[in-house]
Design a binder for this molecule. Structure first.
Ligand code: PXP
Length: 252
């Protein structure tokens, strides 16, 4: 549980930096550089999602982050054999288990805790405990699903704030916020830490911070989107300046 007066921890998801790199298939922009800048700006952890199709971050990004980043690394992953082996080999500080569908644009919903899933989770989290990896579950604010939370094998639940973010400013905002606050109470009742993520922005975050016991938020899209726009002016003016300064050196 967060201590009263402790600021909410900020995880910065750098997947979109890797998406941009993959668009060219070369080296820039480097997610590792983004991680270092996020650290300098006050991030508490770096989040990346290694997907089955490696559409953005990959194991090499995770390896380099583990070797050089001085911030905790939170690996989002599906609970598959391949990803479990990756986690056991590279030992991120935290793993956040998410459902993964091949054709989704981004993670669309929380985990469905079936008996089979809970059995696999038990084995996975036991090994994680041996390696010192903490395990978080990405879940919808659904009381029925949260009622199936295992008691021992994870220490945190990240509540899916996507539906709230979509409802923000509409007549459904209040209802979605109430779902989140009730869900947070259930998570805390299990003795687990409450985190939140998906669709969070500068505009809807103040409301989310009113969730009781909230200890951590994880944000990607809005931070990287703002970074592109805030940095564009400087990037263009660097080139403009170079062109102006090179005028004297051009043959007439
Ligand atoms: N938390 C989880 C579990 C996610 O899957 C994502 C998206 O990768 C995020 C947080 C960040 O969401 P967004 O990019 O919308 O800020």
């Amino acid at each position: 549980m967060p201590l009263p007066g402790m600021p909410v921890r900020l995880g910065v998801n750098i997947d979109h930096v890797a998406t941009l790199r993959q668009a060219r298939g070369e080296f820039d922009p480097d997610p590792l550089a983004a991680a270092h800048l996020a650290r300098l700006a006050g991030a508490d952890q770096i989040v990346l999602h290694v997907r089955e199709d490696r559409r953005h971050a990959n194991e090499n990004d995770l390896r380099r982050l583990r070797e050089t980043a001085s911030l905790p690394v939170n690996l989002e992953m599906a609970l598959t054999q391949e990803m479990a082996e990756l986690a056991f080999a590279l030992v991120p500080d935290r793993v956040t288990l998410v459902p993964e569908k091949r054709n989704e644009t981004t993670t669309e919903g929380g985990l469905v805790l079936t008996p089979d899933y809970l059995r696999a989770l038990d084995a996975f989290s036991g090994r994680c405990a041996d390696l010192g990896i903490r395990v978080s579950l990405f879940m919808d604010p659904d009381p029925e699903m949260l009622g199936r939370l295992p008691s021992a094998s994870v220490d945190q639940v990240e509540l899916h704030t996507g539906p709230f973010a979509r409802a923000f400013g509409s007549s459904r905002e209040k209802e979605e916020f109430a779902r989140l606050t009730f869900a947070a109470t259930l998570v805390a009742r299990h003795g687990l830490v409450v985190a939140a993520g998906h669709g969070l922005t500068l505009y809807n975050l103040p409301r989310i911070l009113a969730i009781p016991g909230l200890a951590e938020v994880n944000i990607g899209h809005s931070i990287i989107s703002r970074a592109v726009l805030l940095g564009l002016r400087e990037a263009v003016s660097e080139v403009r300046t170079l062109l102006l300064h090179s005028l004297g050196g051009r043959a007439s």
